[in-house]
Design a protein around this ligand. Structure first.
Ligand code: AMP
Length: 283
């Protein structure tokens, strides 16, 4: 695997592969099987796979979350090599934002920015778009591979791709959530949890299934309330949301009509660690 730390070096290498199908997997590192599933998907889909590892400061609304974000670059490199990733882009903040981190123009994300992750993490999606926009300009992939674990992020990135002519040929591939045997979604932030908390954290998966199994036509408010109480009972100290959105439009649902494909989403804090997860309900 080739490793590049600057835009110039990355672009010089990519020029050699002009005409080949490029798959791109952006990450923040502390890699696990979820990330690796994206690399494998890219290897199946594209001729050259590029992965980036960059903990993007501009998408953290919480300074301490940024400071505590796990960094395991030696393990990350070994994992990427084990699945034959072709290129790793590993920029510094300076290399990623040579003109400074300030956002030049605001991305127009509509209601996606004001609900759920957008509501509870102000500015988060602007930072996500800023870094993905920069990375896409550098890599110009044919396929951008992202995880369904960050469902709303996938909707936001789809909007970014549609909003820029230069990205019109990039196809977004959304890959399924990889979980532990316990059902807990794999996440870099799980590295901050104790063994005991990892067991408690499975309450998210259980709550998602509780909502899915008990979802009936009509108002869903009390069902979501029950799931919230289950999470609090399991030891989560703060629940940002338990919600249901239309799986295609991402509009929030108050009354489910049975025919709508829906996605159930949870964000909650366990011992100061914010975890998110979701499951899709199809007809
Ligand atoms: P992150 O490093 O958390 O920014 O994630 C990088 C990419 O990996 C994003 O597209 C995530 O949605 C995806 N990802 C993270 N966790 C998982 C998982 N458990 N299963 C599948 N994809 C994941």
């Amino acid at each position: 695997m080739l490793i590049f730390k600057t835009q110039q070096d990355l672009e010089q290498e990519l020029k050699k592969h002009s005409g080949k199908v490029i798959g791109f997997v952006p990450t923040m590192g502390a890699l696990h099987d979820g990330h690796i599933s994206l690399i494998k998907k890219s290897k199946q889909t594209a001729e050259i796979t590029v992965c980036s590892v960059f903990v993007n400061p501009t998408q953290f609304n919480d300074k301490s979350d940024f400071e505590k974000y796990p960094v395991t670059i030696h393990e990350d490199i070994a994992l990427l090599e084990s699945v034959n990733c072709d290129i790793l882009f590993l920029p510094s903040v300076q290399a990623m934002y040579p003109g400074g981190m300030e956002l030049k123009t605001k991305y127009q994300l509509g209601f996606l920015e004001n609900i759920l992750e957008g509501e509870f993490r102000p500015g988060h999606f602007q930072g996500v778009c800023q870094v993905v926009d920069n990375l896409l300009q550098m890599v110009m992939p044919d396929y951008l591979i992202m995880g369904a674990k960050d469902y709303q992020q996938c909707m936001v990135i789809q909007k970014l791709l549609q909003s820029k002519q230069e990205f019109s040929k990039i196809k977004l591939v959304i890959s399924p959530i990889v979980r532990e045997g316990s059902g807990l979604a794999k996440s870099s932030r799980n590295k901050r949890l104790s063994e005991n908390d990892l067991t408690k954290a499975t309450a998210i998966f259980k709550a998602l299934h509780f909502v899915k199994d008990n979802l009936r036509k009509g108002n869903i408010h009390s069902l979501l309330q029950q799931a919230t109480e289950q999470l609090l009972g399991a030891g989560f100290e703060k629940i940002d949301y338990v919600a249901i959105a239309d799986a295609n439009s991402f509009e929030l649902i108050n009354n489910w009509n049975e025919k709508q494909n829906a996605v159930i989403l949870i964000a909650a804090f366990l011992n100061g660690v914010r975890l998110i997860d979701n499951i899709v309900v199809t007809e």
